[in-house]
Design a protein around this ligand. Structure first.
Ligand code: AGP
Length: 608
Protein backbone atom coordinates (compact mmCIF):
# COMPACT_ATOMS: atom_id res chain seq x y z
CA UNK A 1 0.00 0.00 0.00
CA UNK A 2 1.32 3.47 -0.82
CA UNK A 3 1.43 6.20 1.78
CA UNK A 4 -0.44 9.35 0.79
CA UNK A 5 -0.55 12.64 2.78
CA UNK A 6 -1.90 16.10 1.94
CA UNK A 7 -1.86 19.30 4.02
CA UNK A 8 -3.57 22.63 3.50
CA UNK A 9 -3.53 25.35 6.13
CA UNK A 10 -2.05 28.64 7.27
CA UNK A 11 1.28 27.10 8.24
CA UNK A 12 4.02 27.84 5.75
CA UNK A 13 5.88 24.61 6.55
CA UNK A 14 3.33 22.33 4.91
CA UNK A 15 6.20 20.40 3.28
CA UNK A 16 7.74 19.51 6.66
CA UNK A 17 4.34 18.42 7.97
CA UNK A 18 3.77 16.19 4.95
CA UNK A 19 7.27 14.71 5.20
CA UNK A 20 6.60 13.82 8.86
CA UNK A 21 3.37 12.12 7.79
CA UNK A 22 5.21 10.21 5.06
CA UNK A 23 7.85 9.14 7.57
CA UNK A 24 5.11 7.58 9.69
CA UNK A 25 3.73 5.74 6.66
CA UNK A 26 7.03 4.87 5.04
CA UNK A 27 6.89 1.29 6.33
CA UNK A 28 3.72 0.79 4.31
CA UNK A 29 5.47 1.22 1.01
CA UNK A 30 8.95 2.46 0.37
CA UNK A 31 10.10 2.04 -3.25
CA UNK A 32 10.17 5.82 -3.84
CA UNK A 33 8.83 9.10 -2.42
CA UNK A 34 7.88 12.56 -3.61
CA UNK A 35 6.16 15.86 -2.79
CA UNK A 36 4.37 18.57 -4.74
CA UNK A 37 3.70 21.96 -3.21
CA UNK A 38 2.65 25.47 -4.17
CA UNK A 39 5.44 27.86 -3.31
CA UNK A 40 5.13 31.44 -2.08
CA UNK A 41 4.96 32.65 -5.71
CA UNK A 42 2.04 30.26 -6.41
CA UNK A 43 4.28 28.09 -8.57
CA UNK A 44 3.86 24.30 -8.47
CA UNK A 45 7.07 22.67 -7.24
CA UNK A 46 7.72 18.92 -7.55
CA UNK A 47 10.43 16.70 -6.13
CA UNK A 48 10.50 12.90 -6.26
CA UNK A 49 13.18 10.23 -5.88
CA UNK A 50 13.43 6.45 -6.15
CA UNK A 51 14.49 4.71 -2.95
CA UNK A 52 13.76 5.47 0.67
CA UNK A 53 12.30 8.74 2.00
CA UNK A 54 15.79 9.89 2.99
CA UNK A 55 16.71 10.15 -0.70
CA UNK A 56 13.90 12.67 -1.16
CA UNK A 57 15.00 14.61 1.91
CA UNK A 58 18.50 14.89 0.45
CA UNK A 59 16.97 16.17 -2.78
CA UNK A 60 15.03 18.82 -0.82
CA UNK A 61 18.06 20.09 1.11
CA UNK A 62 18.63 23.78 0.47
CA UNK A 63 15.39 24.23 -1.50
CA UNK A 64 12.85 26.94 -0.67
CA UNK A 65 10.07 24.90 0.96
CA UNK A 66 7.78 27.74 2.05
CA UNK A 67 4.31 26.51 1.13
CA UNK A 68 0.80 26.28 2.56
CA UNK A 69 -0.41 23.38 0.46
CA UNK A 70 1.53 20.21 -0.10
CA UNK A 71 0.87 16.58 -1.09
CA UNK A 72 3.30 13.71 -0.62
CA UNK A 73 3.58 10.00 -1.42
CA UNK A 74 5.62 6.92 -0.58
CA UNK A 75 5.23 4.22 -3.23
CA UNK A 76 4.86 0.46 -3.34
CA UNK A 77 5.22 -0.20 -7.06
CA UNK A 78 2.34 -1.91 -8.85
CA UNK A 79 2.69 -0.60 -12.45
CA UNK A 80 6.13 0.44 -13.67
CA UNK A 81 9.59 -0.04 -12.19
CA UNK A 82 11.13 1.79 -9.26
CA UNK A 83 12.40 4.95 -10.96
CA UNK A 84 12.31 8.71 -10.29
CA UNK A 85 9.90 9.15 -13.21
CA UNK A 86 7.47 6.53 -11.94
CA UNK A 87 7.54 7.97 -8.42
CA UNK A 88 4.56 10.07 -7.33
CA UNK A 89 3.39 12.82 -7.42
CA UNK A 90 2.60 12.81 -11.13
CA UNK A 91 2.28 16.37 -12.38
CA UNK A 92 2.02 18.66 -15.35
CA UNK A 93 1.82 22.45 -15.60
CA UNK A 94 -1.81 22.47 -14.37
CA UNK A 95 -2.01 20.10 -11.41
CA UNK A 96 -0.36 17.30 -9.45
CA UNK A 97 -1.79 14.00 -8.18
CA UNK A 98 -0.82 11.12 -5.90
CA UNK A 99 -2.47 7.71 -6.04
CA UNK A 100 -2.88 4.55 -3.97
CA UNK A 101 -4.44 1.57 -5.73
CA UNK A 102 -4.75 0.28 -9.30
CA UNK A 103 -6.47 1.79 -12.36
CA UNK A 104 -7.55 -1.37 -14.18
CA UNK A 105 -8.46 0.45 -17.43
CA UNK A 106 -5.39 2.70 -17.49
CA UNK A 107 -4.18 1.44 -20.88
CA UNK A 108 -7.49 2.22 -22.60
CA UNK A 109 -7.57 5.67 -21.03
CA UNK A 110 -3.95 6.35 -22.06
CA UNK A 111 -4.63 5.29 -25.65
CA UNK A 112 -7.63 7.61 -25.82
CA UNK A 113 -5.70 10.54 -24.34
CA UNK A 114 -2.71 9.92 -26.60
CA UNK A 115 -5.06 10.09 -29.57
CA UNK A 116 -5.73 13.67 -28.41
CA UNK A 117 -2.02 14.40 -28.35
CA UNK A 118 -1.38 13.82 -24.65
CA UNK A 119 2.17 12.68 -23.90
CA UNK A 120 2.91 10.40 -20.94
CA UNK A 121 6.16 10.59 -19.00
CA UNK A 122 5.89 7.51 -16.79
CA UNK A 123 4.99 3.81 -17.05
CA UNK A 124 2.42 4.12 -14.27
CA UNK A 125 -1.35 3.71 -14.37
CA UNK A 126 -1.68 6.70 -12.02
CA UNK A 127 -0.60 9.22 -14.64
CA UNK A 128 -3.70 8.42 -16.69
CA UNK A 129 -5.86 10.02 -13.99
CA UNK A 130 -3.68 13.16 -13.94
CA UNK A 131 -4.09 13.59 -17.68
CA UNK A 132 -7.79 12.73 -17.62
CA UNK A 133 -8.54 15.52 -15.11
CA UNK A 134 -6.27 17.88 -17.02
CA UNK A 135 -8.06 17.03 -20.26
CA UNK A 136 -11.41 17.95 -18.67
CA UNK A 137 -9.97 21.18 -17.22
CA UNK A 138 -8.70 22.17 -20.66
CA UNK A 139 -12.26 21.90 -21.94
CA UNK A 140 -13.03 24.72 -19.49
CA UNK A 141 -14.75 22.62 -16.81
CA UNK A 142 -14.33 23.69 -13.17
CA UNK A 143 -12.05 21.53 -11.05
CA UNK A 144 -14.81 19.67 -9.14
CA UNK A 145 -16.60 18.71 -12.36
CA UNK A 146 -13.30 17.68 -13.98
CA UNK A 147 -12.48 15.41 -11.06
CA UNK A 148 -15.99 13.96 -11.00
CA UNK A 149 -16.16 13.28 -14.73
CA UNK A 150 -12.69 11.73 -14.71
CA UNK A 151 -13.27 9.56 -11.65
CA UNK A 152 -16.45 8.11 -13.14
CA UNK A 153 -14.28 6.62 -15.87
CA UNK A 154 -11.78 4.96 -13.54
CA UNK A 155 -12.14 1.19 -12.92
CA UNK A 156 -10.50 -0.56 -9.95
CA UNK A 157 -9.83 0.36 -6.33
CA UNK A 158 -8.07 3.70 -5.99
CA UNK A 159 -7.60 6.73 -3.78
CA UNK A 160 -6.37 10.00 -5.32
CA UNK A 161 -5.23 13.29 -3.82
CA UNK A 162 -5.08 16.26 -6.22
CA UNK A 163 -3.20 19.55 -5.73
CA UNK A 164 -4.69 22.38 -7.82
CA UNK A 165 -2.33 25.36 -8.00
CA UNK A 166 -4.88 27.65 -9.67
CA UNK A 167 -6.89 27.90 -6.44
CA UNK A 168 -4.17 26.51 -4.17
CA UNK A 169 -6.57 23.85 -2.91
CA UNK A 170 -6.45 20.09 -2.39
CA UNK A 171 -9.08 17.51 -3.44
CA UNK A 172 -9.34 13.79 -2.80
CA UNK A 173 -11.56 10.88 -3.75
CA UNK A 174 -11.54 7.10 -3.36
CA UNK A 175 -13.24 3.84 -4.19
CA UNK A 176 -12.27 0.66 -2.32
CA UNK A 177 -9.06 2.13 -0.93
CA UNK A 178 -8.42 3.82 2.42
CA UNK A 179 -8.79 7.60 2.70
CA UNK A 180 -9.19 9.69 5.83
CA UNK A 181 -9.12 13.45 6.36
CA UNK A 182 -8.75 15.45 9.51
CA UNK A 183 -9.02 19.01 10.77
CA UNK A 184 -7.64 21.12 13.52
CA UNK A 185 -10.13 23.97 13.64
CA UNK A 186 -8.05 25.86 16.19
CA UNK A 187 -5.14 26.18 13.75
CA UNK A 188 -7.44 26.01 10.67
CA UNK A 189 -5.46 23.10 9.27
CA UNK A 190 -6.87 20.31 7.10
CA UNK A 191 -5.10 17.11 6.13
CA UNK A 192 -5.84 13.99 4.11
CA UNK A 193 -4.11 10.62 4.18
CA UNK A 194 -4.38 6.89 3.47
CA UNK A 195 -3.96 6.23 7.20
CA UNK A 196 -5.09 8.04 10.38
CA UNK A 197 -1.66 7.35 11.86
CA UNK A 198 -0.17 10.07 9.63
CA UNK A 199 -2.55 12.64 11.14
CA UNK A 200 -2.14 11.66 14.78
CA UNK A 201 -1.20 14.56 17.02
CA UNK A 202 -2.03 17.18 14.37
CA UNK A 203 -5.80 16.93 13.99
CA UNK A 204 -8.50 16.41 16.58
CA UNK A 205 -11.34 15.42 14.28
CA UNK A 206 -11.26 12.66 11.67
CA UNK A 207 -13.57 12.17 8.70
CA UNK A 208 -13.87 8.87 6.80
CA UNK A 209 -15.49 9.64 3.43
CA UNK A 210 -17.40 6.83 1.78
CA UNK A 211 -16.61 5.66 -1.78
CA UNK A 212 -17.07 8.22 -4.57
CA UNK A 213 -17.25 11.22 -2.29
CA UNK A 214 -15.09 14.18 -3.39
CA UNK A 215 -13.21 15.70 -0.45
CA UNK A 216 -12.28 19.38 -0.77
CA UNK A 217 -9.69 20.88 1.61
CA UNK A 218 -10.50 24.57 1.29
CA UNK A 219 -7.73 25.76 3.56
CA UNK A 220 -9.32 28.05 6.06
CA UNK A 221 -12.22 29.38 3.95
CA UNK A 222 -15.75 28.82 5.27
CA UNK A 223 -15.41 25.08 6.01
CA UNK A 224 -12.00 23.56 6.35
CA UNK A 225 -13.23 20.47 4.56
CA UNK A 226 -16.23 19.96 2.23
CA UNK A 227 -17.75 16.77 0.82
CA UNK A 228 -19.51 16.36 -2.53
CA UNK A 229 -21.25 13.58 -4.46
CA UNK A 230 -20.14 12.94 -8.05
CA UNK A 231 -23.14 15.02 -9.12
CA UNK A 232 -21.44 17.88 -7.19
CA UNK A 233 -24.18 18.17 -4.55
CA UNK A 234 -23.01 18.49 -0.95
CA UNK A 235 -23.12 15.22 0.97
CA UNK A 236 -22.91 13.82 4.48
CA UNK A 237 -21.71 10.38 3.30
CA UNK A 238 -18.82 10.26 5.71
CA UNK A 239 -18.19 9.10 9.26
CA UNK A 240 -16.55 11.52 11.70
CA UNK A 241 -14.93 10.87 15.04
CA UNK A 242 -12.84 12.67 17.57
CA UNK A 243 -9.15 11.89 17.40
CA UNK A 244 -7.30 12.08 20.69
CA UNK A 245 -4.34 14.33 20.29
CA UNK A 246 -1.99 12.12 22.25
CA UNK A 247 -0.06 10.75 19.35
CA UNK A 248 1.34 7.23 19.63
CA UNK A 249 4.14 7.70 17.13
CA UNK A 250 6.19 4.58 17.55
CA UNK A 251 9.94 5.07 17.89
CA UNK A 252 12.56 2.33 17.99
CA UNK A 253 14.00 3.53 21.29
CA UNK A 254 16.96 1.41 22.32
CA UNK A 255 16.08 -1.32 19.78
CA UNK A 256 17.95 -1.68 16.51
CA UNK A 257 14.77 -2.52 14.62
CA UNK A 258 11.04 -1.96 15.07
CA UNK A 259 10.55 -5.69 14.61
CA UNK A 260 12.70 -6.50 17.66
CA UNK A 261 10.96 -3.79 19.69
CA UNK A 262 7.58 -5.20 18.74
CA UNK A 263 8.64 -8.74 19.65
CA UNK A 264 9.66 -7.42 23.07
CA UNK A 265 6.37 -5.55 23.52
CA UNK A 266 4.38 -8.77 23.48
CA UNK A 267 4.40 -9.71 27.20
CA UNK A 268 2.93 -6.38 28.27
CA UNK A 269 0.36 -6.40 25.47
CA UNK A 270 -0.71 -9.91 26.50
CA UNK A 271 -1.17 -8.86 30.11
CA UNK A 272 -3.19 -5.81 29.08
CA UNK A 273 -5.52 -7.76 26.79
CA UNK A 274 -7.47 -9.62 29.49
CA UNK A 275 -7.64 -6.41 31.53
CA UNK A 276 -9.12 -4.58 28.50
CA UNK A 277 -11.71 -7.24 27.71
CA UNK A 278 -12.63 -8.47 31.19
CA UNK A 279 -12.60 -5.19 33.08
CA UNK A 280 -11.97 -2.37 30.63
CA UNK A 281 -13.39 -0.65 27.54
CA UNK A 282 -13.48 -3.88 25.56
CA UNK A 283 -15.94 -5.57 27.88
CA UNK A 284 -19.04 -4.47 25.98
CA UNK A 285 -17.67 -5.62 22.61
CA UNK A 286 -16.84 -9.05 24.03
CA UNK A 287 -20.24 -9.36 25.71
CA UNK A 288 -21.88 -8.67 22.34
CA UNK A 289 -19.90 -11.51 20.81
CA UNK A 290 -20.92 -13.78 23.69
CA UNK A 291 -24.46 -13.64 22.26
CA UNK A 292 -23.33 -15.14 18.93
CA UNK A 293 -24.71 -18.62 18.27
CA UNK A 294 -23.12 -19.44 14.90
CA UNK A 295 -23.88 -22.66 13.05
CA UNK A 296 -20.58 -22.35 11.20
CA UNK A 297 -17.76 -19.83 11.23
CA UNK A 298 -15.70 -18.79 8.24
CA UNK A 299 -12.44 -17.13 9.26
CA UNK A 300 -10.99 -15.18 6.36
CA UNK A 301 -7.67 -13.31 6.17
CA UNK A 302 -4.33 -13.07 4.39
CA UNK A 303 -0.76 -13.99 5.29
CA UNK A 304 0.12 -13.94 8.96
CA UNK A 305 -3.45 -13.00 9.85
CA UNK A 306 -4.68 -16.16 8.12
CA UNK A 307 -2.29 -18.24 10.23
CA UNK A 308 -3.59 -16.53 13.34
CA UNK A 309 -7.01 -17.51 12.02
CA UNK A 310 -5.90 -21.16 12.02
CA UNK A 311 -4.98 -20.85 15.70
CA UNK A 312 -8.40 -19.34 16.42
CA UNK A 313 -10.13 -22.08 14.41
CA UNK A 314 -8.51 -24.66 16.72
CA UNK A 315 -9.99 -22.84 19.72
CA UNK A 316 -13.43 -22.60 18.13
CA UNK A 317 -13.55 -26.27 17.19
CA UNK A 318 -11.63 -27.59 20.20
CA UNK A 319 -13.28 -25.52 22.94
CA UNK A 320 -16.60 -24.36 21.48
CA UNK A 321 -17.22 -27.36 19.17
CA UNK A 322 -18.35 -24.87 16.51
CA UNK A 323 -17.55 -25.95 12.92
CA UNK A 324 -14.99 -23.42 11.69
CA UNK A 325 -12.82 -23.14 8.62
CA UNK A 326 -10.11 -20.74 7.59
CA UNK A 327 -10.31 -19.29 4.09
CA UNK A 328 -7.51 -17.37 2.38
CA UNK A 329 -9.37 -14.19 1.51
CA UNK A 330 -7.84 -13.96 -1.98
CA UNK A 331 -9.39 -17.38 -2.76
CA UNK A 332 -12.56 -17.10 -0.69
CA UNK A 333 -13.74 -13.98 -2.48
CA UNK A 334 -13.83 -15.81 -5.84
CA UNK A 335 -14.89 -19.25 -4.63
CA UNK A 336 -18.66 -18.53 -4.50
CA UNK A 337 -18.88 -20.26 -1.10
CA UNK A 338 -22.12 -21.80 0.18
CA UNK A 339 -23.01 -19.30 2.91
CA UNK A 340 -26.09 -19.90 5.00
CA UNK A 341 -28.13 -17.85 7.45
CA UNK A 342 -26.67 -18.47 10.88
CA UNK A 343 -23.14 -18.59 9.51
CA UNK A 344 -20.68 -15.98 10.83
CA UNK A 345 -17.77 -14.44 8.94
CA UNK A 346 -14.76 -13.48 11.08
CA UNK A 347 -12.08 -11.33 9.42
CA UNK A 348 -8.61 -11.17 10.92
CA UNK A 349 -6.40 -8.24 9.99
CA UNK A 350 -3.72 -5.99 11.48
CA UNK A 351 -4.30 -3.00 9.18
CA UNK A 352 -7.98 -3.47 8.45
CA UNK A 353 -7.21 -2.30 4.90
CA UNK A 354 -6.15 -5.50 3.10
CA UNK A 355 -8.05 -5.47 -0.18
CA UNK A 356 -8.72 -9.22 -0.35
CA UNK A 357 -9.90 -9.39 3.25
CA UNK A 358 -12.22 -6.42 2.70
CA UNK A 359 -13.63 -8.14 -0.38
CA UNK A 360 -14.21 -11.36 1.55
CA UNK A 361 -16.07 -9.40 4.22
CA UNK A 362 -18.18 -7.67 1.59
CA UNK A 363 -19.04 -11.06 0.05
CA UNK A 364 -20.30 -12.32 3.43
CA UNK A 365 -22.20 -9.12 4.14
CA UNK A 366 -23.99 -9.34 0.77
CA UNK A 367 -24.92 -12.97 1.60
CA UNK A 368 -26.58 -11.79 4.83
CA UNK A 369 -23.90 -13.37 7.01
CA UNK A 370 -23.01 -11.56 10.25
CA UNK A 371 -19.47 -10.19 10.11
CA UNK A 372 -17.02 -9.70 12.96
CA UNK A 373 -13.48 -8.34 12.74
CA UNK A 374 -10.44 -9.22 14.83
CA UNK A 375 -8.48 -6.10 13.87
CA UNK A 376 -5.76 -3.79 15.14
CA UNK A 377 -6.60 -0.43 13.59
CA UNK A 378 -9.61 1.21 15.18
CA UNK A 379 -11.62 3.05 12.52
CA UNK A 380 -10.04 1.11 9.63
CA UNK A 381 -12.19 0.18 6.65
CA UNK A 382 -12.69 -3.38 7.94
CA UNK A 383 -13.60 -2.01 11.37
CA UNK A 384 -16.22 0.26 9.81
CA UNK A 385 -17.60 -2.39 7.45
CA UNK A 386 -18.10 -5.19 10.00
CA UNK A 387 -21.18 -5.59 12.22
CA UNK A 388 -19.01 -6.04 15.32
CA UNK A 389 -15.34 -5.68 16.09
CA UNK A 390 -12.79 -7.06 18.53
CA UNK A 391 -9.69 -4.85 18.68
CA UNK A 392 -6.44 -6.74 19.24
CA UNK A 393 -4.78 -3.84 21.12
CA UNK A 394 -1.31 -4.39 19.63
CA UNK A 395 -0.52 -0.68 19.25
CA UNK A 396 1.07 0.60 16.06
CA UNK A 397 2.98 -2.18 14.29
CA UNK A 398 5.72 -0.68 12.13
CA UNK A 399 7.73 -3.77 11.21
CA UNK A 400 6.42 -5.09 7.92
CA UNK A 401 6.84 -8.62 9.24
CA UNK A 402 3.98 -8.94 11.68
CA UNK A 403 4.89 -10.23 15.14
CA UNK A 404 2.93 -8.77 18.07
CA UNK A 405 -0.20 -8.47 15.92
CA UNK A 406 -0.15 -12.24 15.28
CA UNK A 407 0.03 -12.98 18.98
CA UNK A 408 -2.70 -10.47 19.81
CA UNK A 409 -4.95 -11.74 16.98
CA UNK A 410 -4.70 -15.30 18.27
CA UNK A 411 -5.24 -14.29 21.91
CA UNK A 412 -8.20 -12.05 21.04
CA UNK A 413 -9.60 -15.12 19.28
CA UNK A 414 -9.09 -17.09 22.48
CA UNK A 415 -11.07 -14.50 24.43
CA UNK A 416 -13.76 -14.57 21.74
CA UNK A 417 -13.93 -18.35 22.14
CA UNK A 418 -14.26 -17.93 25.90
CA UNK A 419 -17.08 -15.43 25.40
CA UNK A 420 -18.95 -17.71 23.00
CA UNK A 421 -18.52 -20.58 25.49
CA UNK A 422 -20.33 -18.49 28.13
CA UNK A 423 -17.22 -18.09 30.29
CA UNK A 424 -17.76 -14.36 30.82
CA UNK A 425 -20.36 -15.20 33.45
CA UNK A 426 -17.95 -17.49 35.29
CA UNK A 427 -15.48 -15.53 37.43
CA UNK A 428 -13.38 -18.63 38.13
CA UNK A 429 -12.93 -19.31 34.42
CA UNK A 430 -12.02 -15.68 33.75
CA UNK A 431 -9.46 -15.74 36.54
CA UNK A 432 -8.01 -19.01 35.20
CA UNK A 433 -7.72 -17.62 31.68
CA UNK A 434 -6.23 -14.36 32.94
CA UNK A 435 -3.67 -16.43 34.83
CA UNK A 436 -2.82 -18.41 31.70
CA UNK A 437 -2.30 -15.20 29.72
CA UNK A 438 -0.07 -13.87 32.49
CA UNK A 439 1.90 -17.12 32.50
CA UNK A 440 2.44 -16.87 28.75
CA UNK A 441 3.62 -13.28 29.18
CA UNK A 442 6.03 -14.32 31.92
CA UNK A 443 7.44 -17.24 29.87
CA UNK A 444 7.98 -14.91 26.89
CA UNK A 445 9.67 -12.38 29.16
CA UNK A 446 12.07 -15.11 30.29
CA UNK A 447 12.62 -16.27 26.72
CA UNK A 448 13.52 -12.75 25.63
CA UNK A 449 16.09 -12.51 28.39
CA UNK A 450 17.65 -15.84 27.28
CA UNK A 451 17.46 -15.12 23.53
CA UNK A 452 21.22 -15.60 23.10
CA UNK A 453 20.68 -19.35 22.64
CA UNK A 454 18.33 -18.54 19.74
CA UNK A 455 20.78 -16.05 18.33
CA UNK A 456 23.57 -18.63 18.34
CA UNK A 457 21.36 -21.21 16.61
CA UNK A 458 20.48 -18.57 13.99
CA UNK A 459 24.17 -17.86 13.44
CA UNK A 460 24.84 -21.59 12.84
CA UNK A 461 22.09 -22.15 10.27
CA UNK A 462 21.33 -18.85 8.51
CA UNK A 463 23.36 -19.73 5.45
CA UNK A 464 21.82 -23.17 4.87
CA UNK A 465 20.11 -23.97 1.57
CA UNK A 466 16.53 -24.24 2.73
CA UNK A 467 14.24 -24.60 5.74
CA UNK A 468 11.28 -26.72 6.74
CA UNK A 469 9.21 -25.73 9.74
CA UNK A 470 7.24 -28.80 10.82
CA UNK A 471 4.51 -29.15 13.40
CA UNK A 472 1.42 -31.18 14.17
CA UNK A 473 -2.02 -30.09 15.32
CA UNK A 474 -1.94 -26.68 16.97
CA UNK A 475 1.72 -26.29 15.92
CA UNK A 476 1.02 -26.58 12.19
CA UNK A 477 -0.20 -22.94 11.96
CA UNK A 478 2.93 -21.94 13.88
CA UNK A 479 5.05 -23.79 11.32
CA UNK A 480 3.37 -21.83 8.52
CA UNK A 481 3.84 -18.53 10.34
CA UNK A 482 7.46 -19.31 11.24
CA UNK A 483 8.30 -20.05 7.62
CA UNK A 484 6.60 -16.85 6.45
CA UNK A 485 8.63 -14.73 8.89
CA UNK A 486 11.87 -16.20 7.56
CA UNK A 487 10.89 -15.76 3.91
CA UNK A 488 9.79 -12.16 4.47
CA UNK A 489 12.83 -10.78 6.22
CA UNK A 490 15.74 -13.14 5.41
CA UNK A 491 14.74 -13.82 1.79
CA UNK A 492 15.43 -17.55 2.18
CA UNK A 493 13.18 -20.34 0.97
CA UNK A 494 11.25 -21.85 3.86
CA UNK A 495 8.16 -24.01 4.02
CA UNK A 496 5.75 -24.64 6.84
CA UNK A 497 4.61 -28.25 6.72
CA UNK A 498 2.38 -30.58 8.68
CA UNK A 499 4.95 -32.90 10.26
CA UNK A 500 2.99 -35.96 9.26
CA UNK A 501 2.94 -34.88 5.62
CA UNK A 502 6.70 -34.72 4.97
CA UNK A 503 6.95 -38.43 4.16
CA UNK A 504 4.38 -37.96 1.39
CA UNK A 505 6.95 -36.38 -0.91
CA UNK A 506 8.74 -33.32 0.48
CA UNK A 507 11.15 -35.56 2.44
CA UNK A 508 12.89 -36.04 -0.90
CA UNK A 509 14.31 -32.55 -0.35
CA UNK A 510 16.05 -33.50 2.89
CA UNK A 511 19.84 -33.57 2.82
CA UNK A 512 22.80 -32.23 4.83
CA UNK A 513 22.05 -28.66 3.68
CA UNK A 514 18.36 -28.65 4.60
CA UNK A 515 17.30 -27.46 8.05
CA UNK A 516 14.20 -28.82 9.73
CA UNK A 517 12.88 -26.63 12.52
CA UNK A 518 10.75 -29.10 14.46
CA UNK A 519 8.02 -27.61 16.63
CA UNK A 520 7.58 -30.33 19.25
CA UNK A 521 4.86 -29.34 21.68
CA UNK A 522 3.75 -31.57 24.56
CA UNK A 523 0.70 -32.61 22.56
CA UNK A 524 1.29 -35.35 19.93
CA UNK A 525 4.86 -35.47 21.25
CA UNK A 526 5.73 -39.06 20.26
CA UNK A 527 4.24 -38.67 16.79
CA UNK A 528 6.19 -35.50 16.17
CA UNK A 529 9.43 -37.02 17.44
CA UNK A 530 9.03 -39.92 15.02
CA UNK A 531 8.83 -37.38 12.18
CA UNK A 532 12.07 -35.85 13.46
CA UNK A 533 13.66 -39.32 13.38
CA UNK A 534 12.60 -39.71 9.70
CA UNK A 535 14.48 -36.50 8.88
CA UNK A 536 17.47 -37.41 11.03
CA UNK A 537 17.74 -40.70 9.17
CA UNK A 538 18.21 -38.71 5.97
CA UNK A 539 20.90 -36.48 7.44
CA UNK A 540 18.73 -33.40 7.68
CA UNK A 541 19.82 -30.71 10.16
CA UNK A 542 17.42 -30.76 13.13
CA UNK A 543 16.58 -27.70 15.19
CA UNK A 544 14.08 -28.76 17.85
CA UNK A 545 11.93 -26.38 19.82
CA UNK A 546 10.40 -28.60 22.49
CA UNK A 547 9.90 -29.52 26.14
CA UNK A 548 12.99 -28.94 28.29
CA UNK A 549 15.12 -31.77 29.76
CA UNK A 550 13.98 -34.28 27.14
CA UNK A 551 16.90 -36.64 26.54
CA UNK A 552 15.35 -38.29 23.48
CA UNK A 553 14.81 -35.01 21.70
CA UNK A 554 18.17 -33.65 22.79
CA UNK A 555 19.95 -36.73 21.31
CA UNK A 556 18.07 -36.37 18.04
CA UNK A 557 18.71 -32.66 17.58
CA UNK A 558 21.66 -30.77 16.18
CA UNK A 559 20.26 -27.72 18.00
CA UNK A 560 17.74 -27.85 20.84
CA UNK A 561 15.77 -24.91 22.21
CA UNK A 562 14.11 -26.08 25.46
CA UNK A 563 10.85 -24.52 26.61
CA UNK A 564 8.80 -24.80 29.79
CA UNK A 565 5.23 -25.50 28.57
CA UNK A 566 3.91 -26.19 32.07
CA UNK A 567 0.46 -24.62 32.58
CA UNK A 568 0.22 -22.94 29.15
CA UNK A 569 -1.99 -25.60 27.57
CA UNK A 570 -3.79 -24.15 24.49
CA UNK A 571 -1.50 -21.08 24.56
CA UNK A 572 1.68 -23.16 24.10
CA UNK A 573 1.84 -22.68 20.31
CA UNK A 574 2.06 -18.89 20.83
CA UNK A 575 5.08 -19.43 23.06
CA UNK A 576 6.82 -21.49 20.37
CA UNK A 577 5.93 -18.79 17.86
CA UNK A 578 8.05 -16.21 19.68
CA UNK A 579 11.07 -18.49 19.27
CA UNK A 580 10.40 -18.51 15.53
CA UNK A 581 10.05 -14.72 15.50
CA UNK A 582 13.49 -14.39 17.11
CA UNK A 583 15.05 -17.07 14.87
CA UNK A 584 13.87 -15.23 11.78
CA UNK A 585 14.99 -11.89 13.19
CA UNK A 586 18.52 -13.07 13.98
CA UNK A 587 18.92 -15.02 10.72
CA UNK A 588 17.92 -11.88 8.81
CA UNK A 589 20.35 -9.86 10.89
CA UNK A 590 23.20 -12.22 10.01
CA UNK A 591 22.18 -11.99 6.37
CA UNK A 592 22.15 -8.20 6.58
CA UNK A 593 18.71 -7.63 5.06
CA UNK A 594 16.48 -4.61 5.71
CA UNK A 595 14.48 -6.15 8.54
CA UNK A 596 11.85 -3.42 9.03
CA UNK A 597 11.37 -2.69 5.34
CA UNK A 598 12.02 -5.95 3.48
CA UNK A 599 12.32 -5.76 -0.30
CA UNK A 600 9.16 -6.08 -2.42
CA UNK A 601 6.84 -5.94 0.62
CA UNK A 602 4.44 -3.37 2.06
CA UNK A 603 2.87 -3.30 5.48
CA UNK A 604 -0.66 -3.29 4.21
CA UNK A 605 -1.62 -4.70 0.81
CA UNK A 606 -4.54 -2.55 -0.26
CA UNK A 607 -4.35 -3.75 -3.86
CA UNK A 608 -5.55 -7.11 -5.16
C1 AGP B 1 2.91 -10.63 7.74
O1 AGP B 1 4.19 -10.64 8.30
C2 AGP B 1 2.87 -9.97 6.41
N1 AGP B 1 3.29 -8.63 6.49
C3 AGP B 1 1.57 -10.16 5.68
O2 AGP B 1 1.40 -11.56 5.46
C4 AGP B 1 0.29 -9.67 6.40
O3 AGP B 1 0.02 -10.48 7.51
C5 AGP B 1 -0.89 -9.77 5.42
O4 AGP B 1 -0.62 -8.93 4.33
C6 AGP B 1 -2.23 -9.37 6.06
O5 AGP B 1 -2.17 -8.03 6.48
P1 AGP B 1 -3.30 -7.50 7.50
O6 AGP B 1 -3.15 -8.29 8.76
O7 AGP B 1 -3.02 -6.04 7.68
O8 AGP B 1 -4.64 -7.77 6.85
Amino acid sequence: MCGIVGYFGPSQNSVEIVLEGLKRLEYRGYDSAGVSFIDEHNVLQNYKKAGKLDNLKIELKGKNLIARACIGHTRWATHGGVTDENAHPHHNDILSIIHNGIIENANDLKKELMSHGVKFKSETDSESFLELVTFELRKGKPILESISDSFKRIRGNSAFVILYPKTGEIFAIKRGAPLVCGINDITSEALVSSDPYALAGIVHKLYFPEDEVIVHLSGGNKNLVNFYELDLTKTTRYLSKKQDMSVEVSEKGEYEHFMLKEIHEQPELIRNLTQYYFAGEGREALEKVALYKPNRIYLSACGTAAYAGLVVRDYLEGINRIPANVELASEFRYRDPILKTGDVGIFVSQSGETADTLAAQSLCKKAGVKTLSIVNVDGSTLFRDCDDNLLIRAGVEIGVASTKAFTQQALTGRLMSAAMAGDLKDEAKKVKLTGKFALLAERIDRLLVQSDIIKSVAESIYNKKGFFYTGRGAYFPIALEGALKLKEIAYVHAEGYAAGELKHGPIALIDEEMVNIALVGPELFEKTVSNVQEIKARKGIIVSIGPRNNEELMDLSDYYIPLDFEGLEELSPLYVNVVNQLLAYYMAKFKGTDIDKPRNLAKSVTVE
